[in-house]
Design a protein around this ligand. Structure first.
Ligand code: NDP
Ligand code: 2IT
Length: 450
């Protein structure tokens, strides 16, 4: 299929440093080969040449003053990747590792993730190389105000609606929203993840983690199994990890790990969720403090991680939920997980498994849910927040959670049905990529060459 090969070759040449973006596009395009053999019209419309190019990207300087009175400068980004299905929708990531390539990979994944939700939202993403760690609330506020002082020109409730991601939680959304309102004079649903008493949706904070667990439950149900009684491995200790752990407990599973950039906690009796929330949502401290209350737990410092992987995946468990960051789960980790008896992996993070790790999971035909399907509960509930904002309502939590459960079941069904349609019933990566792509590509064709 020269079409796919030529596009990938051109991408590799045009953006050699954007390895994560290339990784994300290579996975999708390789999955599309059987589709293009059945439906050559996508080639005639040059769809993949178009879909791998963002409709728009902005990069901007963010200057702000720290508490010591020093001027700081950061790079800000927003990629408005594809609006065939609706206004651009995707998070903002504040992390020192953010580059334009990071934002492009996240924005590209978002296109197909948002398509799978069945909701009218396109794909976008943004962020900055700003490190929130160790910053005072006032410094976070001044950075968010400076960041939004440029971003507001490019977003709106019917144009582009950002939300949270790594380093951007409720606090940051509040400061961003306040600055948007000050600059535009408009109170509107331009950000999601807002405060519950000023336009936020009940259930949004929990949605990504809850959704990843619902997706795992759907995958296991298809195999006549369930999470109840299973020992579960979770990475990360932020928004997605915390609420993944919360829902695992609710379904009768036992999450025994969590991790941050400094190390991993393994608590064989089960992670103390209340303590984890206190450490991470209130005190914003390292996981090492977990030991003060639970000296019987084990702490593995990041300095002692295996060379070829991460400590969390070397611990015994039955189901794994990577909820930290991209490429956190290597081929060696995947092989160890399988050897330890893991039969279910549901990705809360975006692209947490390396290509080689994905191949190991697919080869083993375990219940493997790729991030663009398994972690779509966050963006789906963000769209539910947009719907509430536009009708000036706030729905009860039960209604939001019921919709979330149904959306995750629908996503699983689409992925499973499409995988079977193309002869690989256990390959939800294939199913997710083809099902998401078809929706976007068909809309692009109907909307003309733009
Ligand atoms: N928030 C959302 O709505 C959604 C988020 N996601 C994805 O989920 C993942 C987690 O996001 P979220 O929970 O929101 O972010 P948070 O900032 O709340 O938490 C991120 C967690 O991952 C850890 N982490 C981040 N980067 C690294 C790294 N390079 N090495 C080791 N640990 C790391 C952080 O540790 P530390 O604090 O030490 O840096 C922290 O514990 C990301 O991949 C994100 O893109 C996907 C869908 C929706
Ligand atoms: N960070 C998110 C959430 C995006 C959103 O809620 O608009 C993601 O889907 O990766």
């Amino acid at each position: 299929m020269p079409y796919v090969h030529d596009t990938l070759t051109r991408l590799a040449k045009s953006s050699p440093a954007q390895t994560e973006f290339y990784q994300a596009t290579e996975e999708v395009l390789e999955c599309l080969r059987p589709l293009f053999e059945r439906a050559p019209h996508y080639h005639q419309h040059s769809i993949i040449e178009r879909i791998v190019e963002p409709e728009r990207q902005v990069m901007f300087r963010v200057s702000w003053v720290d508490d010591a009175g020093r001027v700081q400068v950061n790079k800000g980004y927003r990629v408005q990747f594809n609006s065939a299905l609706g206004p651009y929708k995707g998070g903002l990531r504040f992390h020192p590792s953010v580059t334009s390539g990071t934002i492009k990979f996240l924005g590209f994944e978002q296109i197909f993730k948002n398509a799978l939700t069945g909701l009218p939202i396109g794909g976008g993403k943004g962020g900055a190389d700003f490190d929130p760690k160790g910053k005072s609330d006032n410094e976070i506020m001044r950075f968010c105000q400076a960041f939004m002082s440029e971003l507001y020109r490019h977003i709106g409730p019917h144009t582009d609606v950002p939300a949270g991601d790594i380093g951007v939680g409720g606090r940051e959304i509040g400061y961003l929203f306040g600055q948007y309102k000050r600059l535009t004079g408009r109170y509107e649903g331009v950000l999601t993840g807002k405060g519950l008493n000023w336009g936020g949706s009940l259930g949004r904070k929990e949605a990504t983690g809850y959704g990843a667990v619902y997706f795992a439950e759907n995958m296991l149900a298809a195999k006549g199994e369930a999470l109840r009684g299973k020992t579960c491995l979770v990475s990360g200790a932020g928004n997605v990890a915390i609420y993944t752990i919360e829902k695992l407990y609710e379904l009768g599973a036992k999450p025994v790990t969590c991790s941050d950039s400094k190390g991993t906690i393994h608590d064989p009796s089960g992670i103390d969720l209340g303590l984890l929330k206190q450490l991470k949502e209130v005190q914003r401290v390292s996981l090492e403090s977990y030991l003060h209350e639970h000296p019987e737990a084990h702490y593995i410092s990041a300095r002692d991680y295996p060379q070829d992987g991460h400590a969390v995946w070397r611990i015994e468990g039955e189901a794994a939920f990577p909820c930290a960051t991209q490429n956190e789960l290597t081929e060696a980790d995947a092989k160890t997980l399988l050897a330890n008896g893991v039969t279910c992996v549901s990705e809360g993070a975006n692209m947490p498994s390396t290509k080689e790790a994905v191949d190991v999971f697919l080869e083993a035909k375990i219940a493997y849910g790729p991030g663009k399907a398994a972690n779509a509960g966050g963006v789906a509930t963000s769209q539910l927040e947009m719907a509430q904002n536009s009708s000036m309502e706030q729905w009860p939590l039960e209604k939001v959670d019921q919709k979330l459960k149904q959306i995750m079941a629908d996503i699983h069904r689409q992925c499973a049905d499409t995988a079977s349609e193309f002869g690989e019933p256990d390959n939800l990566v294939l199913g997710a990529n083809i099902a998401g792509f078809r929706k976007v590509a068909d809309a692009m064709i109907e909307q003309g060459v733009i």
